[in-house]
Design a protein around this ligand. Sequence first.
Ligand code: NAD
Length: 499
Amino acid sequence: MLASPHLHVDGTWVAPVDGGTREIRNPADGTVIAKVDEAGSVDVARAVAAARRAFDAGLWSTRPKEERAGLLVRVAELLGAHRNDVARIETLDTGKTLRESYIDIDDVIAVFRYYADLVARETDRLIDTGNPAVISRVVHEPAGVCALIAPWNYPLLQMSWKIAPALAAGATTVVKPSEVTPLSTIALTRLIERAGVPAGVVNLVQGDGAVVGAALTGASDVDLISFTGGASTGVAIARQAAEHVTRVALELGGKNPHIVFADADHDSAVDAVLTGVFLHSGQVCSAGTRLIVHESIADDFVAELARRAAGIRVGPGMDPSSQTGPLVSEEHRAKVEGYVALGIAEGAELVAGGRHPNDPRLASGSYYLPTIFDRCRRDMRIVQEETFGPILTVERFATEAEAIALGNDTSYGLAAGVRTGDPDRGERVVRALRHGTVWLNDFGPYTPAAEWGGFGRSGTGRELGPSGLAEYQESKHIWHNTTPAVGGWFSAGPTTPER
Ligand code: NAD
């Protein structure tokens, strides 16, 4: 599918020195779709050294911001020109529907364009010190060598949220996609190369987290690690980064509440709860996996959800009639099944799904049916832990205060949704929720111009928006005295009485 070799170091596509290869499978049917070269620790060291050399030589960091913006625009144009190929790759690799892959690519194009525009408009910050002889300004400089590590659920999208601002800032990068879904990042790296990025600015290594990822995050020449993935991996990376006092940005998991008040519009609320949790078969960090619904409407609401969930068409992502695809792998499906067994053991009431589809045409893929557990309690593990699959838990509430308390009763804090017909209540509740994104009468959309990230165990730092560019920059204060004169601190006579 994508010709080897697959490592990109110092502007050249190279075979691994001490790595190997991995079979990449299509989760829709288990077939092998690619054999990808993987790095070893020597390959990682070479990639980091190339990024270091490129940074220290100023090959990219010293280019005018208009030139950096121009490269980003060219990448966006190339992605547009290769939209069909890249979407196909993403669907075959992740299992998501082709429609979702097209949405991802259009979002990625928008992100490259957003950062091109933002960096082109960036100015120094002038500070009035009160002294007319002094020009004081804060300038933005690139953070240096950045290790960019992404997960498998939105491979192209999550990596682009990092690469676009890193390149805009003038940083150099070593990019590591998930070993489960490396293909679209290989395609993107080729397009960035075609767009004219200097050698050594974007280096690409493949491989599993424990070997390749850890070699990258432990490298002393890396100045910044930007990681998106699971919370426990984020903790391990933060510990490792502390060794060299490396800057770390962490975008981790979520257990996201979707609160529905009795005065919410019923049909749009049912629709949003379904889409919020079952899109991409629940493999979304911001999936609304925790329905918190007013007790007066709960029975009817859950019955309607269960009826609609049973009608969701699960199937191959390449089939236009599929509404959601398989889970990313057999291993991941086994993890999701473990959570369903746990929910039953904890006493939750299974009202939809809870099994593989019966359709024999889906037998060789890692499919799982949309699953709903009613009568859940906040202390259940199925309510507190990220299952990362198509599982909705339902809790009921009586008062607004109780809804807020339930919505905040999580160690995570990535995203939340609120549905109500009362604007005052809506404002009160969205302000009270401790989550990085809160949707009021909507669920899921985002814009490149608004920050994305989590409170609590969902991470540190922000992607997207101006903060997403600042993540890849250092601030430098330049104090320029335009009329230097003798200060006189030591040349004048004593100013205090002798002791
Ligand atoms: P993961 O943590 O297993 O892996 C993520 C990446 O880290 C992969 O590239 C992996 O190879 C690498 N990695 C693993 N161990 C490593 C180590 N010790 N050192 C360095 N790198 C290492 O996560 P995943 O299963 O690929 O992705 C799912 C998780 O990602 C979920 O928890 C999801 O919520 C989260 N996620 C968060 C966001 C967000 O915006 N906050 C977005 C998408 C996914």
